[in-house]
Design a protein around this ligand. Structure first.
Ligand code: ATP
Ligand code: MG
Length: 678
């Protein structure tokens, strides 16, 4: 067979990875290489190559870190196969492309009966989980105010870290939450109660999707059943997986046959969620014979000055496996370090620059502004809105946190799983006259019923619920198909929305937007799962219509920007206290992770990169020291001399080190205006 043309575009190592071992179930393969070296592109080509050579796309499992990344990979595979075969594979053929958590939810639901789960389980997001943790804490009398017991979100963070790292609780406390170490006994009790509550309520939290999956995979028969569904398992961004994920993977393909993982240890940025770079470093030795390792050394993304700056930042890292990359993309334009007086100056100047670049031919979509924490884009968003510049913020759909949206989602959840107490307390108390006590009675009754959905119809109405109760029950137990079930919930909720909120008109707009998103889903379950695991993007358009055909600027946290690239990238707040963040315990490991974060940010840029340093920086994100201004310094990660330095005061760029220009003569504008009438 003549060589497929898509192979010609690859370099030798990429081609070796793409064609590695096809023909029989190939042995395990690791591709480890720096940013922009074509790892994701190689992975897409490999999937396409497998399909072109006869692999069944329905028997390929493709996992990466976000739904966006998964669907981009799928689209790329489709394009390559279409070009090679004349006909593409249908989008639906790659049935199994997604995130670990999303795929986990599917496996657990599909096999619920076999593993003793109720298939209607609800999935709690972090906030719901923290609320349930709180209910348990109160149940045990571990009140925060009386004893300074850790806050609910801290309890959840400790729990989550323990689950995902599979480390003993004592170690987790000592290493990551030393200020909570005195509470070890109480925390153990609390976590026990939390797990019991989840089971009684038929609820899984985010971590359970991995934990339960990993646990059932310990059964060899079940593991063979699940693993046998796929001939090939391919994973991108493997450096950001945790021990549970590695365990799942090894159980899926114990001999490593059909397994391909790609990643870059220098871009590992999820240790704070218990990801461990050991997974990628230990991968080859996990098999006998060991996995093949292919490295890539040419960067195709960034210009030489950008790559040199990024290499200088990561070059000072304590440990690193991947080597520096080289590029043929020469450019005279060096990345810039821009100093501003305030964050407001930074926001104004960045918008100026973005618009200038658009004038000279770089569309908004080819530009991105990145930041450490979601809240750091507030001033920028305000400035963009003021100046009518459309934007999309990755994963930033804010209204998901607002009361009215949560109310409606809780109704959907309760309708499917009336044992979900967090949803139950929220929804039942929407009914006038129903307080926590009455809600608790209803939920207790549902708890005991063999069929809680049927029981919801028959349960005694709470004492003062009045005429609203029958309508409520009808809305919650409707047999209307999806998405009409959502309309039923909305119809019941609408008068309450008006009663509870003065700005109910605006909130109705949010619910319209939610309904629009819901319309794109085949079932309530898929809709709720996606919304919980991977929130949609926010858009600057108030109507909330996705800005599909329009040009818009990308705003993203650095974490969500992983794997992406833009012609021009602005990184906000490159100051000590923000990058590295001062939130953690400040251990060397944590600081090193922040260095890799900056490396990830810088390596997103193809042609232009600017790093912003506001000198007065407001720390708003749940700092343990409270909100405050800090007078900041440029991040310690940027060595002197690798960037062009600019200073923007009053936001007109003036080059640092230029010959100082004489100040213009003062003007007395008031006198001039008076003179006009003299
Ligand atoms: P990251 O570490 O950031 O995830 P990556 O290693 O996955 O990066 P890709 O995103 O796959 O890198 O590729 C970076 C860019 O280089 C893309 O625009 C891609 O199309 C381009 N590229 C990759 N390989 C080649 C090649 N052989 N020839 C030309 N361009 C290439
Ligand atoms: Mg990639």
């Amino acid at each position: 067979m003549e060589r497929a043309s898509y192979l010609d575009k690859l370099n030798d190592n990429q081609r070796a990875a793409v064609t590695f071992g096809t023909g029989e179930p190939p042995g395990p393969l690791l591709v480890i290489a720096g940013a922009g070296s074509g790892k994701t592109s190689t992975l897409a080509h490999r999937v396409a190559h497998l399909v072109v050579n006869g692999a069944d796309p329905r028997r390929i499992l493709l996992m990466t870190f976000s739904r966006r990344a998964a669907s981009e990979l799928t689209r790329r595979v489709e394009r390559i196969t279409a070009a090679a075969l004349g006909t593409g594979i249908a989008a639906e053929a790659l049935l199994w492309a997604g995130t670990f958590h999303g795929i986990g939810a599917r496996i657990l639901r599909d096999n619920a009966a076999a593993i003793g789960l109720d298939p209607d389980f609800s999935i709690h997001d972090r906030e719901d989980s923290a609320d349930l943790m709180n209910l348990c804490r109160h149940g045990l009398g571990l009140s925060q105010t009386a004893s300074r017991f850790p806050a609910k979100s801290t309890c959840l963070a400790i729990y989550s870290r323990k689950i995902n790292s599979e480390a003993p609780l004592g170690d987790v406390l000592r290493d990551h939450f030393p200020w909570c170490a005195q509470w070890e006994t109480e925390l153990k009790r609390l976590f026990g109660a939390y797990v019991e509550a989840k089971q009684a309520q038929n609820v899984l939290d985010y971590d359970d999707l991995l934990l339960a999956w990993a646990q059932v995979m310990a059964d060899p028969g079940f593991a063979a059943h699940v693993g046998g569904a796929w001939d090939h398992v391919l994973i991108d961004e493997y450096q950001d997986t945790n021990r549970l994920q590695a365990r799942i993977l090894m159980a899926l393909k114990p001999d490593g046959r059909g397994l391909t993982v790609v990643g870059d240890d220098a871009q590992s940025i999820y240790a704070f969620r218990a990801a461990t770079v050991r997974n990628i470093l230990d991968f080859p030795g996990s098999f006998a014979p060991p996995a093949d390792v292919i490295t890539l050394d040419r960067n195709y993304r960034s210009t030489q000055p950008i790559l040199a700056a990024a290499n200088a930042v990561i070059g000072a890292a304590r440990e690193r496996f991947t080597k520096d990359l080289w590029t043929e993309r020469a450019s005279a334009e060096r990345p810039q370090l821009v100093t501003y007086a305030t964050e407001a100056d930074q926001a104004r100047h960045v918008v100026d620059r973005v618009l200038e670049d658009r004038e000279t031919g770089t569309t908004l979509k080819e530009q991105a502004v990145l930041f450490r924490t979601s809240s750091h884009s507030a001033q920028l968003e305000a400035e963009l809105t003021r100046r009518n510049v459309p934007y999309v913020k990755f994963g930033g759909l804010k209204f998901l946190d607002s009361a009215h949206v949560k109310d409606l989602l809780a109704m959907l959840r309760l309708g499917r799983n009336p044992r979900d107490r967090v949803a139950g307390f929220r929804v039942l108390q929407l009914i006038p006259g129903v307080g926590p006590k009455a809600a608790g009675h209803v939920l207790d009754a549902l708890d005991l019923a063999p069929d809680p959905r049927a029981a919801l119809r028959d349960v005694a109405p709470p004492p003062r619920s009045g005429s609203d109760w029958p309508a409520f029950v009808a809305a919650m137990t409707t047999d209307a198909p999806w998405p009409a079930a959502l309309d039923k919930a909305r119809d019941w909720y609408d008068p309450h929305l008006a009663r509870l909120h003065e700005d109910s008109e605006a909130r109705r707009g949010d619910l319209d937007q939610l309904a629009q998103i819901a319309g794109g889903y085949a079932s309530a379950e898929k809709f709720l799962t996606d919304l919980t695991l991977d929130p949609p993007d926010a858009t600057s358009d108030q109507a909330g219509v996705p800005l599909k055909d329009e040009d818009y600027l990308i705003l993203s946290t650095i974490h969500s920007a992983k794997g992406q690239e833009w012609r021009s990238v602005h990184v906000l707040n490159c100051v000590d206290g923000c990058l590295p963040s001062d939130l953690g315990t400040g251990t060397t490991d944590e600081v090193e992770e922040e260095r890799r974060l900056l490396y990830v940010a810088m390596t997103r840029a193809k042609d232009r990169l600017s790093l912003g340093v506001p000198q007065r920086f407001y720390v708003t994100h749940q700092s343990r020291n409270g909100d405050r201004h800090i007078y900041s310094l440029r991040t310690r990660f940027i060595p002197a001399g690798i960037l062009d330095r600019f200073e923007v005061t009053h936001w007109s760029p003036a080059r640092v080190g230029e010959v100082p220009r004489p100040a213009p003569a003062p003007i007395d504008i008031a006198a001039q205006m008076r003179d006009m009438w003299a």
